[in-house]
Ligand binder design. Structure first.
Ligand code: MGD
Ligand code: MGD
Ligand code: MO
Length: 551
């Protein structure tokens, strides 16, 4: 996120796109809800489903899945046409505006309505609301990015924020909500195929610095992304051995029938996990690890804030901390890696990662709010008296690279669309109760009581047309696979759209999805597949006592 959660409520208008915030980021969802309900802030939601946030939203733009770029370009056009762009900000802080203007002008409200289904009057009203705000912030998540056009969606969002001067001050910003508790920290540490720690480029100078720090040779070869690795497994000369740590691709990868074939073709597979997952079941070696509550360390959250995690309980059985597994392996492979404590690991991080330069356990243990970049150890105080180190708000005064760059992007249709054989759009995602493949949450009885079994959200008009009743068993087919689950009928999904959470292994949604990728980020198009739904004839299932459906 360019901004922090602390300055969130300084916004006058929130634009939330492709983020089911109250279910997938409940704390942030609650903060937005409070700002709207109690502080009379305005909220625009862009989502094909009537998610909970739409109940409080000032406006809900219900677009067809996969059409965000058209909607954002359309909003930008209205803003330019009506003189709501911030000419001074564009001139002094950005470059490339003239180049994008031509493309954006193609996105008339009528054209956008045709592509996205959003009525042109709504688009114009939303553009005025965002464009006229003193301070406006944009929040987005996977509904905007998990598309073959996902990276363009992010460029289009950034264009919108820059042309209205909404980057670089509290209550504004471009704010992607990071999903996994430490996905931000993992990326910061170089768990990316094309960067060293701290997003440093792979070049001779940086290789030299790290080789000196670590006393070892470093390969300068760029790696593969997760999705590219799976494809590589079936190529001649491709990947033959794989080490997976804290990931359950047999639930979370797209097109599982294809992915399974690829994983089964491996000559050697190691899985390091805290539970025996569907992926671990395919492994030649399973290394049992300890969970967050059983170890010391830090998580870096979505607002770039580094927070301590403390060991609360001892680990069971033969489980080892992830760090111990890695250091022991390293020793046996001939490189003596040894750390007496987690704090010493942070010291090494600080020594080779400029954005973490001043971070140490000494500061973290004092309860100081530490937000990277932390190249200076000076402390400031916020309005509540909290001591702050680093930068809660990025790009104040000027962008990290100097001038902010506009990038012209066009709407491109999803890789797969509906036809006579597969007439419904499937979009997938999460619910409040479960976490991804369910390796952890489906072991928790109170969560299983609320959401015990797989289901598909179906619009009531589609249900009527197909004569499907609530809780009736249906079979869902795509070009790649099929699953059987019950239909839950409501107004939540738009007509023509069905939604399936990917938490349930007995009806894994990813048997249906496909692995078309965004060409830049290689993120799969989890949010659009074409499917067919039919009754199995098994009839309706009884509701379990505590089952909670947010319909
Ligand atoms: N309870 C729970 N919380 C979680 C997780 C979990 O598994 N369970 N996972 C975490 C992780 S890793 C992540 S990445 C985040 C994900 O957080 P989110 O992205 O908020 O969650 P999703 O359910 O994947 O999808 C968000 C919304 O995108 C909408 N959508 C679908 N297609 C489109 C489209 O084309 N355009 C727009 N604008 N919207 C669309 C869907 O209707 C859905 O409401 O959640 C995190 N939090
Ligand atoms: N259809 C569909 N598929 C999707 C998505 C979607 O929206 N739709 N979203 C995608 C997204 S955004 C994400 S982030 C992925 C998530 O996909 P995964 O990362 O594969 O899902 P998790 O279940 O979070 O996997 C984490 C694994 O780590 C284990 N684990 C937990 N703590 C520890 C630990 O401390 N150490 C070790 N070694 N292991 C641990 C857990 O038991 C679990 O098996 O799914 C992706 N797949
Ligand atoms: Mo994620």
């Amino acid at each position: 996120m360019s901004n922090s959660l602390h300055d969130l409520d300084q916004a006058d208008v929130f634009l939330v796109t492709g983020s089911n915030t109250t279910e997938a980021h409940p704390i942030i969802g609650m903060q937005i809800w409070q700002a709207v309900r109690h502080n009379k802030k305005k909220l625009i939601v862009i989502d094909p489903r009537k998610i909970e946030l739409t109940k409080y939203a000032t406006m809900h733009l219900r677009n067809r899945p996969g059409t965000d770029v058209a909607v954002f370009n359309g909003l930008a056009r209205v803003i330019i046409e009506e003189g709501l762009a911030d000419a001074e900000y564009i001139k002094s802080r950005t470059e490339g505006f003239e180049e994008i203007r031509q493309i954006i002008m193609k996105y008339t409200p009528e054209h956008v309505e045709k592509i996205s289904g959003v009525p042109k009057e709504q688009l114009i009203e939303a553009a005025r609301m965002y464009g006229k705000a003193e301070r406006a912030s944009i929040y987005w998540a996977m509904g905007t990015t998990q598309h073959t056009n996902g990276v363009n969606g992010v460029h289009a969002v950034v264009n919108l924020a820059m042309m209205t001067g909404n980057i670089g001050k509290p209550g504004t910003g471009v704010n992607p909500l990071r999903g996994q508790n430490n996905v931000q920290g993992s990326c910061d540490m170089g768990c990316l195929p094309n960067n060293f720690p701290g997003y440093k480029l792979i070049n001779d100078e940086n290789i030299d610095i790290l080789e000196k720090a670590w006393g070892a040779k470093i390969s300068g070869k760029k790696g593969l992304t997760l999705t590219e690795m799976v494809n590589s497994m079936e190529e001649p000369g491709g990947i033959k051995g794989l080490y997976i740590m804290g990931e359950d691709p047999m639930m979370s990868d797209p097109d599982l029938n294809h992915a399974k074939k690829c994983f089964e073709s491996l000559e050697f597979l190691v899985v390091q996990d805290i539970f025996m997952t569907p992926t671990a079941e395919l492994a030649h070696v399973v290394l049992p690890a300890t969970c967050f509550a059983e170890k010391e360390g830090t998580f870096t959250n979505t607002e770039r804030r580094v927070q301590r995690v403390r060991k609360a309980v001892n680990s069971p059985g033969q489980a080892w901390e992830d760090v111990k597994i890695i250091t022991e392996l390293s020793k046996r492979m001939g490189y003596a890696m040894d750390y007496p404590s987690a704090s010493k690991i942070m010291d090494e991080i600080a020594s080779v990662t400029p954005i973490y330069q001043c971070i140490s356990y000494e500061y973290l243990d004092k309860g100081i709010a530490v937000h990277w970049p932390c190249n200076s150890c000076s402390l400031t105080q916020d309005t509540c008296g909290t001591l702050i180190m680093g930068k809660p708000v990025l790009h104040e005064g000027q962008f990290s690279r100097g001038l902010g760059v506009f990038k012209a992007v066009e709407f491109l249709p999803p890789a797969e669309w509906v036809d006579d054989e597969f007439p419904l759009i499937l979009t997938t995602g999460r619910n409040l109760w479960h976490w991804h493949g369910g390796s952890m949450t489906r072991k928790v009885s109170s969560l299983n009581e609320r959401s015990p079994e797989p289901y598909m959200e179906l619009n009531h008009l589609d249900a009527k047309r197909m004569n499907i009743k609530d809780r009736e068993e249906v079979r869902v087919r795509s070009r790649r696979g099929e699953i059987t689950l019950m239909a839950r009928i409501s107004e939540r999904p738009a007509p023509g759209v069905v939604f399936i959470p990917f938490h349930y292994k007995e009806a894994a949604a990813n048997l249906l999805t496909h692995n078309a990728l965004d060409p830049a980020a290689k993120i799969p198009e989890y949010k659009v597949s074409a499917v067919k739904v039919e009754k199995t004839g098994a009839g309706q299932k009884e509701a379990s006592r505590y089952s909670h459906f947010p319909g």
